[in-house]
Design a protein around this ligand. Sequence first.
Ligand SMILES: Nc1ncnc2c1ncn2[C@@H]1O[C@H](COP(=O)(O)OP(=O)(O)OP(=O)(O)O)[C@@H](O)[C@H]1O
Length: 309
Amino acid sequence: MLSIKQLNKTYANGVKAINNVSLEIPNGMFGLLGPNGAGKSSLMRTIATLQDPDSGSIHFHGLDVLKEKEALRRQLGYLPQDFGVYAKVSAEKLLNHFAVLKGISSKGERKEAVEALLHQTNLWEARKRGLGTYSGGMRQRFGIAQALLGAPRLVIVDEPTAGLDPDERNRFLNLLAKIGEQVVVILSTHIVEDVTDLCPRMAMIAKGTVLLQGEPQAAIDTLKNRVWRRTVSQDALAEYQERFNVLSTRLVAGQPQINVYAESQPDDGFRSVEPDLEDVYFLQIRNAGRSAPATSAAAAAAPSVPVTA
Ligand SMILES: Nc1ncnc2c1ncn2[C@@H]1O[C@H](COP(=O)(O)OP(=O)(O)OP(=O)(O)O)[C@@H](O)[C@H]1O
């Protein structure tokens, strides 16, 4: 459906933000997961035809995106990372204005589309309020409403859940999930749960490079019986980090709990745990970091997870 081949982009300051990226993205939700600075926004902007790559190709349903930008834009809904609104204008008015810009010229058609989207995004009651009075979650729902104007076949949402409280995040993800299976939805995020909760397919990206792409569950399965957990004291944490391939550390009731990647039980204090996408993500990011000098023997010994098809 959306086919990206050997895409490259180096900015004038020498940063290679997109490094030979190839992705095959079918209909449905596709998660693009990576840390800050991974190149997600650069890739999203390039797909949205807002900037040109140095080389490579993008095709959408047979359309050559880089050559036929206008044609792609007519099928595109885009919610950028920083979505500014006019604080004093109401959601209803601004959405109507966006509908004009999208080319919905009939007044009746516009009214129908705007009302349907305000209902769909649960903003109907608040439609007369100035957007400056909206919460972060409401603003993001407004953002998705404008992205859905004109029934796009390709929807791109860039880090939409950052900063939302759990309720608003759920509401937003439910909304995305309902958009339908007949369109391509690319969700760019650094929040692993967004992808776990929502995406049947995904890619992980760091330093502009695709580390892994495929089905989340297939990637998780590669870590079966290889993730171990134990609680350690604050004093011992540094030593564990030195000795073992620590994927993640989280505090549980004030004590560090570590997840470690190992072929067999690292020591008696560890118990085996079911791996999840976060373990996959941390292992991938860690391995990607090893292109820089490794910080410990354990890190240097970390094997890479096979890339799923
Ligand atoms: N216009 C630009 N000029 C120069 N460097 C840029 C430009 N835009 C992004 N970069 C750099 O390119 C790299 C990738 O940035 P990008 O914003 O695409 O990543 P990201 O994964 O979206 O990260 P974030 O979540 O922090 O926005 C970063 O090192 C960033 O500093």
